[in-house]
Design a protein around this ligand. Sequence first.
Ligand code: ASP
Length: 585
Amino acid sequence: MFRSHHCGALRETHIGTEVTLAGWAAKVRDKGFVLWIDLRDRYGITQLVLDEERCSAALLEKARKIGRETVIQVKGTVVAREAKNPNMETGNIELLLTELKVLNEAQTPPFTIEDKTDGGEDLRMKYRYLDIRRTPVQNNLLFRSKVGLLVRNYLAEQAFIEVETPYLIKSTPEGARDFVVPSRMNEGQFYALPQSPQTFKQLLMVGGMDKYFQIVKCFRDEDLRADRQPEFTQIDCELSFVHQQDIMACFEGLLSHLLKEIHGISPAPFPVMRYEDAMKTYGNDKPDIRFGMTFTELNAQAQNKGFTVFDAQELVVGIAVPGAANWSRKQIDKWIDWVKRPQIGANGLIWVKCNEDGTFKSSVDKFFDAEALASWATACEAKAGDLILVMAGETNKTRTQLSALRMALAEALELRKPNEFAPLWVVDFPLFEEDEESGDLHAMHHPFTAPKPEHLSLLESDPKAVVAQAYDLVLNGNEIGGGSIRIHDRSTQEKMLSLLGFSDDEAKAQFGFLMDAFTYGAPPHGGIALGFDRLVAILDGKETIRDYIAFPKNNSGRDVMIDAPAPLDTEQLDALALIVKPKPE
Ligand code: ASP
C-alpha cells in the first residue's frame, strides 16, 4: 500500500494508529531537538513531528535534509498535538515519524507554494504545474469539476445525450476568425477548428438525436481582450421540436439547479427583458441587475431650455447614484476625467446634487433652476442624497459610455456583490446588425438563427427591422449563454446567406451540406451554448476565467509553459507544402 490515508484525513479518532502517508514537504521547521514537516497533498496538510526523545538520530538527520517540495513517503503513529491548530482540519493531531523515504528530490521552487504566493502571474504561468499545487488553484479546478458533473447529471436526467463532434472541420462562422490546420494528405488544403459545433449539432437534429449536449472546446482567433481565451469551453446544446420558451425553461432550470446545489439559492423566475429595453434602460445587452442606477432619458426635461450643449444631441440620459450628493468636487471631477479617457470617449458629465435639505446644486445652475432640476430628479427617481449624472450625444455611443460609467460606479460603490446572483433572459434581438462603415449586414447571433415567423416577409423589404428568435442568458452583468431557434428550411437559409453577402456559389461551397440536409426532413430545432469557463468563475463569485482553466493562455494567446505557438522546422513545413515568408528586416 503506497499510503493508508491522505493528508487531509487524520483526526483525533485516529490517535494511536499506525499510518502511511505520501506527499510534498511544504514546510520544514527545525528547532534543533524537535522538527516539524508540513506534508501536503490534494486533500490537505498533516503535520509530521520528529524529536530527539522519541526518534532515532539517523531519522532526524534524514528529515533535516528534506528541502521544500521534496516528495516523501512516511510511516508513523498518530499522536495528539500539544498546540492545536483550529484552522486546520487535521489540526488536533500530528504524525510521530518512525520511517521516512524520499521518493523524489525537488529543486527550490521559483515561488512559494502557499495560498498567498510571492510569485507573479508570468512566473506562475511558466511553472503552472507548481501553481496548481497551491490550494486556491486546486479549489478552482475542483469547483470546475463539480459544476461540470452537476451539468452532466442535470442534462442526462432531462434525456440529453452527449455526442462528440469533430475538431477538424470547415469554417463555422460565429463572428471570429478560424484557427486553421494544414492537411498533409491534401496538399494546400486546411481544416478549420470549430468556433462552435453549431452546424454539427444541427445535423444531429436532422439525424433524429432530439436532445444533444456536449461540454466542448471551441476555438476563436480573436484579438485577445482581457480575460478572453483563444480556446474555451462551452456547454453546447440542441433540441428538436421545441419553441424558444421550451429552451429557455430548460436552461433556466439548469442554472437554477446549479445555484441551488452550489449556493442553496432558489432564484425567482428569471426576468425576461427585450433587447431594446435592455439597451434603453441599461445601455447594455447584458445588464447587471443586482443594483439600480437605471437610465432615464431626459430629452423632454433638458432640451430647448437654453443649454445648447444638450439641444443638438440625439439623447440626453441620466442615472441617479445613490447617496453620492455629498461627493466633493474633486471626487466628481475624478469621474468626469474617467469618462473622458479615450477608452470611454465621452465629452463630459453634467451633475446634479439632490441635497438632503431638498435643494439642488448642479454644474448647470446657470441654465436650469430648482424647478427644472427637480423635474430631472423626479424623472430619475433620485432621492434626497443622490447624485444625478447626465450624458448627452449620439444614442448608441452615449448609452455605451453611460453603461461603462454605471458599471464602474457600481464596482467602486461595491454594489456588485459576488455572492448575489441575478440571472435574466434578454430576448428579441435584431436578426442583423449593420456595419457602420460599409453598411453590410452581419448576423447578430449567427447565420442559422431564425427570424420571428411574423417577420419572415420583412427579410426582403426591411431586413434591419427583423427580430430574431434569439435569446441570451445573462448573469451578474455577463453573457453566460446564448442561442436561437434555427432556420430549418433550405430557402430561408439561402435567403439569409444571400442577405449576408454570400453569392450562391459561396453559400453552396460553405454550407451546401447543411442546406442539403434541410431537404431530407429537418425537424424544427433550436439550442443554446453556455460559456462554461465564465459560468464556473461567476458561480464561484469571481470573474477571471483564467483562474478556472488548468493551463490557460496569456493575453497574447501564448502558453508560456510549453512555449506555444512555435515555428515549425523546414522538414515539417515541406511535408505540409507550406512556405513561411521571412519577416521584413
Ligand atoms: N453556437 C452558438 C454560440 O457559440 C450558440 C448557439 O446558437 O447554440 O454562441
